[in-house]
Write a protein that binds this ligand. Structure first.
Ligand SMILES: [Zn+2]
Length: 389
């Protein structure tokens, strides 16, 4: 019987790699992913990878390590930029701490720890000596927290096209995300007329106009059918702006609604429902779309899904597959025809929070599971291991 990959996991090396990456302040903006470049390159050299750097800007490298050659290929892409630390940290967010089985620090889960887990998983495959075809790619990419223009989008523009891609940036330990809702951001605005605050009757207050509309928006729900793999559409009124000073009648007010919508609903229909709402409210409100992308869902019989299912069975866990409202680069990859899903060492949503951490056992679990997934997709099982049981 084939030994499982857990025997070959370099736990200490993985922890050290995660901590070294966390130490680098790759806060986006501005990103500065180049700070992690030497660490990434030496980690890739250690596993014998051929290195390719694709960068639009010297300070924003995307670093890819290739093991093996040609297709089929599977890439694990983790991003090196992090969100600003914010307040509430008990320790310096860029001085990683290992305590009670957890690594604490900005980027521990999002997304430097998962890079280290991918590295440990690939290293375990190589140590096991099991033969595989095609290539395994481990990538440290830039700019995920600000739209990936310098990151995955740039790689895709330059022709990056693996057969499969694993994005360790969403989902949980036993749940892979195979579809993501679409995003629709709409700005509502009202127009008024400015006047001195001491003579409000001479002006027209744009904030009051918005206030007339908001109760309608608060109670509003989209109607319509959608794909059963998804939850209902969500609405978040996330921004409101209006007025410049207490002594001026505001002539403009804007509010931004963030909608995450399931497969089966269309942008046109959602906008039509919002237009009807404006009409019903009787308020003088203009509406414009400021951001938009489509929902997506991997086909049920995608080899990447069956590889996860079988890999889970091998290590005796049942993998779940679901969809999410959060959007990752798996969507960009999917729309370029690359089978992609997200799976991560997260148990609860720790990303973007103070005292961000990742459990070391979860990193090890992912390393082992991902090694099994890679082996399911690329392993030369028939030739050499047909007789194992
Ligand atoms: Zn992330």
């Amino acid at each position: 019987m084939r030994k499982d990959f857990s025997k070959y996991l370099d736990k200490e090396g993985m922890i050290e790699l995660a901590c070294e990456l966390i130490k680098k302040r790759t806060v986006n903006p501005p990103g500065s992913e180049y700070l992690t470049k030497d660490i990434v390159i030496s980690s890739l050299k250690e596993i014998g990878a051929k290195i390719e750097i694709i960068e639009k800007d010297k300070t924003r490298p995307n670093i890819l390590g290739y093991i093996g050659e040609g297709k089929p290929s599977i890439a694990i892409l983790a991003h090196m930029d992090v969100v600003p630390p914010g307040n509430g940290w008990l320790n310096d967010p860029f001085s990683p701490r290992v305590k009670e089985g957890k690594i604490y620090g900005r980027g521990a889960i999002d997304n430097k720890g998962p890079y280290a887990a991918g590295w440990a998983g690939i290293k375990a495959i190589l140590k096991s000596g099991l033969p595989f075809k095609g290539s395994i790619i481990l990538g440290a990419v830039a700019d995920e927290e600000r739209g990936s223009k310098m990151g995955v989008e740039y790689l895709l523009e330059r022709g990056f096209s693996p057969s499969f891609c694993l994005i360790p940036d969403s989902g949980g330990i036993k749940k892979a995300i195979i579809g993501e809702k679409g995003l629709l951001q709409v700005c509502f605005s009202t127009q008024g007329k400015s006047a001195h605050g001491s003579t409000p009757r001479q002006g027209e207050n744009a904030i009051y106009k918005m206030i007339d509309f908001l109760p309608f928006l608060k109670r509003f729900k989209f109607k319509g059918e959608y794909h059963p793999a998804f939850d209902e559409p969500t609405l978040n009124l996330g921004e409101i702006k209006g007025g410049e000073a207490p002594n001026i009648v505001p002539d403009r007010c804007e509010t931004i609604l963030d909608i995450r919508y399931p497969l089966g609903m269309s942008k046109e229909n959602l906008l039509k429902q919002l237009q009807e709402l404006i009409k019903k409210s009787g308020a003088e409100v203009e509406m414009r779309v400021i951001s938009f992308n489509y929902p997506h869902l991997l086909k049920e019989d995608d080899p990447l899904i069956s590889a996860f299912r079988k890999a889970g069975e091998r290590i005796k866990i049942k993998m779940d597959f679901g969809t999410a409202g959060g959007i990752t680069v798996a969507k960009n990859l999917y729309f370029r025809g690359i089978s992609s899903l997200s799976h991560s060492p997260a148990e609860e949503n720790m990303a973007h929070q103070a005292n961000e951490y990742v459990k070391i056992d979860n990193l090890l679990f992912c390393a082992q599971l991902w090694a099994e997934v890679i082996y399911e997709l690329l392993g030369e099982k028939q030739k050499h291991y047909l007789h194992s049981s």
